[in-house]
Design a protein around this ligand. Structure first.
Ligand SMILES: [Zn+2]
Ligand SMILES: [Zn+2]
Length: 179
């Protein structure tokens, strides 16, 4: 059994994952709380004896509130995103919280691994680089029939060993032309 017999069902990009559902509820609540906390700090806690500074204060409270709220949402996103990529949640959450000014988050987005997909046959988590499922040998990517290195579905010959890929009888190559 191979991925080609299931057609496009196994394609991870066609699952229509809603990125907004990646933001957990706790981080939305935290974002709202932080936003209103900043309004409170700027308008109640800070002394304001000069009334002509009100527009500035409004601007500052809004800017800081939005910034902290966005950061809370970002943390929430990272906390879920890190799991579907099979990375260490504790380490990356710590990085995002400890490194100042969102540098941790920037590093995270630069270094994050591709999203893990599921084997359509046995639901094992599969990294993007796997050619076969490690549990059930389900074929996850087009490979050469001789050396089993990855090939493009439009390749006619294997770029590594020169094997004629048409001999493998994979229907994937034909489908790419008819689409
Ligand atoms: Zn499998
Ligand atoms: Zn080959």
């Amino acid at each position: 059994m191979s991925i080609w017999s299931l057609g496009r069902q196994g394609d991870p990009s066609s699952r229509g994952d809603d990125e907004l559902r990646m933001i957990p509820q706790w981080s939305m609540v935290l974002a709202i709380v932080l936003f209103f906390a900043m309004q409170y700090v700027f308008h109640v806690v800070m002394p304001h004896h000069k009334h002509e500074l009100l527009p500035l204060r409004l601007m500052m409270s809004y800017a800081w509130g939005t910034l902290l709220a966005s950061y809370a949402l970002l943390l929430g996103y990272v906390s879920r995103d890190v799991k579907r990529r099979g990375m260490s949640p504790g380490l990356w959450m710590l990085m995002c919280v400890v490194l100042p000014g969102g540098i941790g988050a920037v590093v995270y987005f630069l270094l994050r691994q591709p999203v893990l997909s599921k084997c359509p046959n046995c639901a094992t988590s599969i990294a993007a680089t796997y050619h076969y499922c490690p549990q059930c040998q389900f074929q996850m990517a087009p490979v050469c029939g001789t050396c089993h290195r990855g090939v493009k579905i439009t390749d006619v010959y294997c770029t590594q060993c020169g094997h004629d890929l048409a001999q493998d009888g994979s229907p994937a190559r034909l489908r790419s032309y008819s689409d």
